[in-house]
Design a protein around this ligand. Structure first.
Ligand SMILES: Nc1ncnc2c1ncn2[C@@H]1O[C@H](COP(=O)(O)OP(=O)(O)OP(=O)(O)O)[C@@H](O)[C@H]1O
Ligand SMILES: [Mg+2]
Length: 361
């Protein structure tokens, strides 16, 4: 059993509470990705699990075992850092074996583990090199190998790919996913990069200011964000958020008046909503089209800038003369000397949030 349970975890640095009552239940063998803006507490959560940082209160459990106060070396957890943290004066082989020697493992076991890590990560031909004689991607593989040789019950990764260039990141992303399939070990992975989160995770954990705001499968978070924070964190370009007020509530038909300019009718359960309540409408840039596709809901935009990416065209515009609005169209489109544009959306694609930022659905 290598499930991992965080129960009411709180962390204070000096007098400041940085992590607030975090609860997380990770199943054995899951690949969990923690995402959130800089400073939200991702590394702190990982470091507490690794035992590199004391928890202020709460408990951490692996399987049935309470490890809250166990020293880092006794937890069966290996952590891989963004900075690789390799020993520069040791060869790849020595980097692999160093920890095992400290743990007084037999030399035959150490040899076997080195071979296993080298095979798994295709590092066989580099075993006698120093880290300085390796590329960034190879160094990162050594850092992962150093975790693998310990045969941990749980892997923790803190932004392991953020020093690599775009191509290498994609390649390493695939290698890590493959590694997870092969080892079937529980993995917790921290990143800023939502592509990594979307493509690698069984479940994504969204962290905002020391709180977990939503946990779910990648597409669940994209399609059904619970709150404004998740909606604006997942999805690129960022979701458009327009302020409005409930104009009328009739059975499951809400009419929202946007920015005192345009009425939009949405098919959603009214629940506690009433006339005059403030709401926010969410419109994903990629759900907008230039032709109506059978929808009669459209928005008039003033173009500010157009970016052609080859496979897609990003339009930066203003709506209601004032608010920023983004549109992502498929393929190559030209907008020379066009200043105004209408875009359509299927009403079923609209997202609505109440005054507290909670999704209405
Ligand atoms: N040792 C420390 N002493 C005091 N404050 C700390 C300490 N370590 C972290 N913090 C604070 O705790 C908060 C969370 O930091 P943390 O490093 O966990 O963020 P993060 O989400 O990993 O950010 P990033 O994405 O930039 O790595 C920050 O405000 C940080 O300044
Ligand atoms: Mg960090």
């Amino acid at each position: 059993m290598t499930s991992l349970l965080l129960h009411n975890i709180v962390k204070c640095f000096d007098q400041t509470e940085t992590i607030h009552q975090v609860n997380l239940d990770i199943q054995s063998g899951e690949f969990i990705v923690l995402v959130g803006p800089s400073g939200c507490g991702k590394s702190t959560i990982l470091r507490m699990i690794a035992g590199l940082e004391e928890v202020t209160s709460g408990t951490i459990q692996i399987g049935d075992k309470d490890i809250t106060h166990l020293p880092a070396s006794k937890r069966g957890i290996a952590m891989v850092f963004q900075s690789y943290a390799l020993y520069p004066h040791m060869t790849v082989k020595e980097n692999f074996s160093f920890g095992l020697k400290n743990m007084k493992c037999s030399s035959s076991f150490i040899e076997q583990q080195i071979q296993y890590a080298a095979d798994t990560l295709q590092l066989g031909e580099f075993l006698d090199r120093l880290p300085a004689q390796l590329s960034g991607g190879q160094r990162q593989r050594v850092a992962i190998g150093r975790a693998i040789v310990r045969d941990p019950e749980i892997f923790l990764f803190d932004e392991p790919l953020s020093n690599l260039d775009a191509d290498l990141r994609v390649q390493m992303r695939h290698e890590l996913s493959k590694l997870h399939k092969q080892l079937k070990t529980t993995m917790l992975y921290v990143t800023h990069d939502q592509t990594e989160a979307m493509t690698m995770a069984d479940r994504i954990v969204i962290v905002d200011q020391g709180n977990i705001v939503q946990v779910g499968a990648p597409l669940e978070l994209y399609n059904h964000p619970d709150n404004l924070f998740t909606a604006s964190f997942i999805g690129s370009p960022k979701i458009n958020l327009l302020p409005g007020k409930i104009k009328s509530v009739k059975n499951d038909q809400l009419v929202v008046n946007l920015f005192e300019q345009q009425d939009v009718s949405i098919n959603l359960p009214a629940k506690d909503l009433k006339e005059g309540d403030e709401v926010t409408l969410g419109i994903r840039p990629e759900h907008l089209y230039q032709n109506s596709q059978g929808s009669d809901l459209s928005f008039n935009l003033q173009l500010s800038a157009v970016e052609s990416l080859g496979d897609a065209t990003y339009i930066y515009a203003k709506i209601f003369d004032k608010l920023d609005f983004r549109v992502k169209l498929q393929g190559q489109q030209t907008f020379d000397s066009i200043q105004h544009l209408s875009v359509y959306i299927a009403p079923s694609k609209l997202l609505l949030f109440d005054a507290e930022g909670k999704a209405i659905r």
